[in-house]
Design a protein around this ligand. Structure first.
Ligand SMILES: NC(=O)c1ccc[n+]([C@@H]2O[C@H](COP(=O)([O-])OP(=O)(O)OC[C@H]3O[C@@H](n4cnc5c(N)ncnc54)[C@H](OP(=O)(O)O)[C@@H]3O)[C@@H](O)[C@H]2O)c1
Length: 238
């Protein structure tokens, strides 16, 4: 799908990767970007094409209102995410549930809420779910988060099959570590949000179903393609 002249909505647009995706969309010529955030007042971009929108992806009434307010979108970018849980044996049930509520159920609820809008889009539409390399193999230090991102990947595959006939592309973005608040305490090389955002949109334009938008992701994606078992072992050894 072409970004030029598209109308996009990005969830969680106030900071981190989402903020960079909004900027990259504007640079690539999007006609309008709904910058959705729990606190729309925290969206700082002043470009006239940006429309701040209140959207907590865990609140059904806000999803319904957003689907009315942003009834012209052709591209939905599901970015809002949390990493509350850690190791699968030590993490609390509430932290695990928190990750699933946002990363899995919230993402699915937003897609379902916007389906009538996306179905109406002339010329087709696209959904990008921002997942993680941990969708494809568990990173045990973040085992709970990995489980939620794996579930979100499975949902992405189901949606892709179900929405194909409606000309809605469903894309999985699978980044490695990005330099945002989410992993600020993890000592590892990270890619800048701006670079990830640009690579992500380039993958959307190329029509890729799985986008590996940074150098670590490209390397790990190649390993996953050749040997999912080696991929699992590589993550387990971190
Ligand atoms: N950082 C990484 O290394 C990395 C790697 C792979 C994938 N990812 C994925 O990339 C996405 C963006 O993460 P990030 O690194 O930018 O994290 P971040 O800096 O922690 O930002 C998370 C964003 O999600 C929003 N959010 C959380 N829960 C929400 C909800 N219920 N409704 C609406 N917005 C909500 C936050 O809004 P508030 O400001 O209101 O909290 C914030 O804007 C996530 O899906 C994450 O899993 C990140």
């Amino acid at each position: 799908m072409k970004i030029q002249r598209s109308v996009a909505l990005v969830t969680g647009s106030n900071r981190g990767l989402e903020k960079a995706i909004v900027s990259a969309l504007l640079e690539a010529g999007a006609a309008k970007v709904y910058a959705a955030a729990r606190d729309p007042g925290s969206v700082v971009c002043k470009d006239p094409r940006v429309v701040p929108l209140a959207l907590d992806t865990r609140r059904p009434e806000q999803i319904a209102a957003a689907a009315i307010a942003a009834a012209d979108i052709t591209l939905l970018v599901n970015n809002a995410g949390v990493a509350s849980s850690a190791g699968i044996l030590t993490t609390s049930q509430s932290a695990l549930e928190n990750d699933f509520r946002t990363n899995v159920y919230g993402t699915l609820a937003v897609v379902k809420g916007f389906l009538p809008v996306l179905e109406r889009a002339r010329g087709g539409a696209a959904v990008v779910n921002v997942l993680s390399l941990t969708s494809l193999g568990s990173f045990p230090a973040l085992g709970g988060y990995s489980a939620s991102k794996a579930a979100a990947y499975s949902i992405t595959q189901s949606l892709r099959a179900e929405l194909k006939a409606k000309r809605i592309e469903v894309i999985a973005a699978l980044p490695g570590p990005i330099d945002t608040d989410m992993v600020k305490d993890l000592p590892m090389p990270k890619t800048s949000p701006a670079d990830v955002a640009k690579a992500l949109l380039a993958g959307v334009e190329r029509g890729e179903e799985e986008i590996f938008p940074d150098p670590v992701a490209v390397q790990m994606g190649a390993l996953w393609n050749t040997s999912p078992k080696e991929y699992e072992r590589a993550f387990a050894s971190f």
